[in-house]
Design a protein around this ligand. Structure first.
Ligand code: GLA
Length: 380
């Protein structure tokens, strides 16, 4: 995490005053429950100790002046004249302002410095973190009530309708509502959630393949359409409502691809429920096995893995400290996640990344992640 003192100094140098507020929103890694959120199903992410932080102070007008340190760019816009522009990261701020105003909140302007340490494009939800940090900033200066599911929904709306990316609700909910030391067991239909403690003596390791997903949006949208079509064939509102027996009964009505897509989602939802039970028992071995099964299902039935992800997962599993591993996030590149024995986590990470480099020539990265709280306003 980037130290507040550093952000404060940068703010002072730029605005010649001290910031009034600090807000922070984390990225996330999903333990299990992949491609289930837009099927109204279950997910189990953790918020990670990589985040977007904003130091800010209110303005007396309705202007936003935000400097992003990572890009060395400043966004400057008026809350009364929101227009789409070119600066990708600034669109998340505008989108959130647009969604909050659409909800009837009256917003004040502010000026701030924004800085993040979430690797971009790696599938760790850097964009959801910018959205939720922006929402917290607006909440701080405009004294808005902070209701995590409501804010997550508005951030998702910003991403879907302002930025134009179709995503489910998992990333925003993880960034908004997670709790330190816990995974967020979320029902993506009702947005009911529960915090489930991580198994003792384990660590969560994110393994970045250093490959980035090309054409991911079109493949993601295609998967969504296939799932919706499969739900229609099964006669249910969403795949969340189908049981394995329904799938078996309707197998003849589904083409082969639709059948496998549905089988992934239906079995994955069940694996999330089993994972929660395993965590309640403190049973890390069973949890690890469920991660392994999830990977096989994503690779073979849902077809969103990649050779690099398969290789990273295979190398992770070969290590004696590993309890289970799988691709995480949308897929086609990005990161894998491994559940490992805490005491072997450092060696695991170094050795797997080294073996990955040897076998692929790619500079992968490994991070041992702490599970942190969702978006918050920080005291200095
Ligand atoms: C992306 C989306 C999420 C979710 C995952 C797959 O991260 O943003 O909403 O659909 O893919 O589980």
């Amino acid at each position: 995490m980037i130290p507040l003192a550093f952000i404060e100094k940068t703010f002072q140098a730029r605005f010649h005053a001290r910031p009034t507020f600090f807000v922070r929103a984390p990225g996330r890694v999903n333990l299990i429950g992949e491609h289930t959120d837009y099927n109204d199903g279950f997910v189990l992410p953790i918020a990670i100790d990589r985040a977007v932080t904003i130091a800010l102070r209110p303005r007396s007008d309705r202007r936003l002046l935000v400097h992003a340190l990572d890009y060395d760019q400043t966004a400057d816009f008026d809350l009364d004249r929101l227009e789409r522009g070119e600066t990708a990261w600034a669109e998340y701020l505008k989108g959130v302002a647009w969604a909050l105003q659409g909800e009837g909140f009256s917003l004040s302007g502010w000026e701030g410095v924004l800085v993040g340490d979430i690797p971009r494009g790696a599938g760790l939800s850097s964009s959801a973190a910018v959205e939720l940090a922006a929402a917290r900033a607006f909440a701080a200066v405009s004294a808005l009530p902070w209701d995590p599911p409501r804010m997550a929904r508005l951030a998702q709306k910003a991403e879907n309708e302002w930025v134009g990316v179709r995503c489910g609700i998992m990333d925003q909910m993880a960034s908004a509502a997670a709790r330190a030391g816990h995974a967020l067991f979320l029902d993506c239909r009702s947005l009911d959630y529960e915090h489930i403690p991580l198994p003792p003596q384990t660590a969560v390791v994110v393994l970045d393949t250093a490959t980035r997903r090309g054409l991911v949006d079109s493949a993601y949208n295609e998967r969504r359409r296939q799932c919706e079509a499969a739900a229609r064939s099964l006669g249910v509102p969403a795949l969340r409502d189908a049981a394995p027996a329904d799938l078996a009964r309707c197998a003849a009505d589904l083409d082969e691809v639709a059948f496998r897509r549905a089988r992934h989602v239906i079995s994955e939802n069940d694996r999330v429920l089993q994972a929660v039970e395993a965590m309640r028992r403190g049973d890390a071995l069973s949890l690890g096995r469920l991660l392994d099964q999830s990977h096989a299902s994503l690779r073979d039935d849902f077809e969103v893995s990649s050779p690099a992800l398969d290789q990273m997962v295979a190398l992770a599993r070969r290590h004696p400290a590993c309890l289970g591993a799988r691709m995480t996030g949308a897929g086609f590149g990005g990161c894998a996640v491994a559940l490992v024995q805490a005491k072997g986590a450092r060696r695991f990470t170094d050795q797997v990344i080294r073996a990955y480099r040897r076998s692929t020539g790619l500079e992968g990265q490994g991070y041992i992640c702490a599970a942190v709280d969702g978006a918050s306003q920080l005291s200095r």
